[in-house]
Design a protein. Structure first.
Length: 63
């Protein structure tokens, strides 16, 4: 028997407004992962990028 109220754990979402994932910098107009947290009634965001991916992007940004 399946639960009709069961939500996917994480789903791909295009951040059309600025969001701050738990594990990364601010994302805006980019793809992030999100899931609904029923205990506090809010969306949680993650990027799931590796440390190397974050470092490579930081090194390529102009100062």
């Amino acid at each position: 028997m399946s639960n009709p109220l069961r939500l996917p754990i994480w789903q791909v979402w295009y951040a059309w407004h600025a969001v701050l994932p738990e594990d990364d910098r601010i994302f805006w107009l980019e793809v992030v992962w999100r899931r609904w947290e029923p205990t506090d009634g809010r969306w949680r965001y993650r990027s799931f990028r590796t440390r190397d991916e974050r470092d490579a992007e930081a090194a390529s940004q102009e100062i």
